[in-house]
Design a protein around this ligand. Structure first.
Ligand SMILES: Cc1cc2nc3c(=O)[nH]c(=O)nc-3n(C[C@H](O)[C@H](O)[C@H](O)COP(=O)(O)O)c2cc1C
Length: 234
């Protein structure tokens, strides 16, 4: 074997080792233990002066969902981003009293909550722009039914929950529906080997006010119930 051949083999081996190294640093679970220091630097607002901008909610981004109902026997879809967890099995949906969906939700006491992926942005935005009072939105999403009546669930949604209304918290302009999740249907491909949902695969569409824009999920920056262990207690 001449020297040139030996050099080529060494070069190829070095390239293979380098490629293996790059791939191993792409292991996202490993990143959980390595928060991005630059990120931590950027989010220190301690010395930045505060301005009072009034009584605006600053709790954004929130996930975009589409709620499925039946109004007068017909399927209706509404985009809802003012949604929150209550404990582990209940949700609250804040829906303006003027909306068409409320009529069906109050009558049936059932609904579905469908997580919206980035790829579903256009139809989800559409059902947030048009009211069922003016437009028949029943065909916007293909749906399936579960155990509950009048809670159509979107086939294209990676996570969909059929829910029962257990309370309505009334505020000046909104019906705040407290709902209990009865069943959660998840597309197989977004579950990991332990049946946990992988949100990098769900690609939830995030929403913010008041600029009314959609975002996508970014990177891991740390492990919850883990990073705090590094806090230096004084
Ligand atoms: C991304 C997005 C999120 C929305 N979130 C809410 C919400 O949380 N509460 C609400 O009352 N309306 C919300 N809306 C507005 C309703 O979806 C919209 O007014 C809809 O047309 C009402 O439909 P309906 O009258 O058929 O029920 C949202 C709209 C968009 C585009």
């Amino acid at each position: 074997m001449n020297t040139q051949k030996i050099l080529n083999i060494i070069l190829a081996a070095v390239i293979v080792i380098l490629l293996l190294k790059v791939n191993s640093t792409k292991d996202i679970t490993a990143d959980v233990d390595k928060p991005d220091d630059k990120q931590a630097e950027r989010v220190d607002f301690t010395d930045i002066p505060k301005i009072n901008i009034g009584h605006h909610s600053g709790v954004y981004p929130t996930p975009t969902t589409v709620v499925g109902t039946k109004v007068n026997g017909k399927t209706n879809w509404i985009a809802i981003a003012h949604i929150g967890n209550i404990g582990f099995e209940c949700l609250v949906l804040s829906i303006h009293k003027s909306h068409f969906s409320n009529v069906g939700i109050k009558k049936n006491k059932t609904l579905s909550v469908n997580m919206i992926s980035e790829s579903m942005m256009i139809p989800a935005d559409f059902v947030g722009m048009k009211s069922g009072k003016d437009v028949d939105k029943s065909d916007v999403f293909e749906y399936f039914e579960g155990e509950l009546k009048n809670a159509p669930m979107i086939k294209a949604s990676p996570i969909t929950m059929e829910c029962e209304v257990i309370d309505i918290y009334d505020t000046e302009h909104h019906d705040n529906f407290v709902v209990k999740i009865k069943n959660t249907y998840v597309s197989q491909t977004v579950l990991d080997e332990n049946n946990n949902i992988d949100y990098f695969k769900v690609k939830p569409l995030l929403f913010e006010m008041p600029k009314k824009r959609y975002f996508k999920v970014g990177d891991y920056v740390g492990g919850a119930w883990k990073e705090g262990a590094k806090y230096d207690v004084k």
